[in-house]
Design a protein around this ligand. Structure first.
Ligand SMILES: C[S@@+](CC[C@H](N)C(=O)[O-])C[C@H]1O[C@@H](n2cnc3c(N)ncnc32)[C@H](O)[C@@H]1O
Length: 218
């Protein structure tokens, strides 16, 4: 599959589901003690920001961070998601963009949050994406990655109330994601496994850019 095909399919899929996605996600973090705690830990570690919420969707996570006192902004591939986020949180900044070509200056943020969005990036593109995360973070800056665990990929053809989608979802073992992060110049600070005994296990990895390394290690 050509790069522009999977990116275009992902963009179109999230453009299609935006209204029901926003309805389902609104207030969801406050109801989940593990996600809330993870965001609080992240917020405490980023020196007030700025934080880039990459793959921000309809903006509810960005807004949660802002409510915790962090200067946060969102970036998402889907123009409709960004439009929804701007409507819902008009005081916050949201931009259209892809993490495969992240348009942020070097060392410009103290945190990058990437929740359930690397799940749509094929393995071959992950090192390039993580190199962007590393580049835009200040030395010592924090990265938190959330994802579905497992070891398979499938094509999701509908979602969020039965709307048509055409997007690949990649489930990965936390150890594999951690290894990619280390290769990109990150140090792993913690793993959190959420619902590991359920049919939909998830993980959060807490990482930081090495304070002493100006560039990702070779
Ligand atoms: C499952 S949603 C997660 C949204 C939000 N992070 C959350 O946790 O609720 C995945 C989001 O990632 C975005 N996305 C997918 N590929 C992306 C890319 N290459 N660059 C930026 N955003 C992307 C989608 O448009 C969608 O809004």
């Amino acid at each position: 599959m050509r790069t522009d095909d999977w990116l275009a399919n992902t963009r179109e899929s999230y453009d299609t589901v935006v209204a029901s996605y926003a309805d389902q996600m609104r207030g969801a973090i406050a109801k989940d003690r593990y996600l809330s705690a993870a965001l609080s830990l992240f917020a405490e570690s980023v020196d007030g920001g700025p934080v880039a919420d990459v793959g921000c969707g309809s903006g509810h996570v960005t807004a949660h961070l802002a409510a915790l006192g962090v200067t946060a902004f969102g970036v998402d591939l889907s123009p409709e998601m960004v439009a929804q986020a701007r409507r819902e949180y008009p005081d916050l900044r949201f931009e259209v963009g892809s993490m495969t070509d992240l348009d942020l200056p070097d060392a410009s943020v103290s945190g990058v949050l990437a929740w359930w969005t690397l799940i749509h990036i094929p393995d071959a593109e992950i090192p390039g994406v993580l190199a962007h995360f590393h580049r835009v973070l200040r030395p010592g800056g924090r990265l938190q990655v959330g994802f579905h665990t497992g070891d398979e990929s499938h094509l999701k053809t509908q979602g969020y109330g039965g709307h048509p989608m055409n997007v690949h979802v990649h489930r990965r073992p936390p150890e594999r994601v951690a290894a990619w992060l280390r290769e990109a110049g990150f140090e792993i600070e913690a793993h959190l496994l959420i619902a590991p005994d359920s049919s939909a296990p998830q993980a959060l990895l807490f990482a930081r850019r090495h304070p002493e390394t100006p560039e990702a290690r070779d």
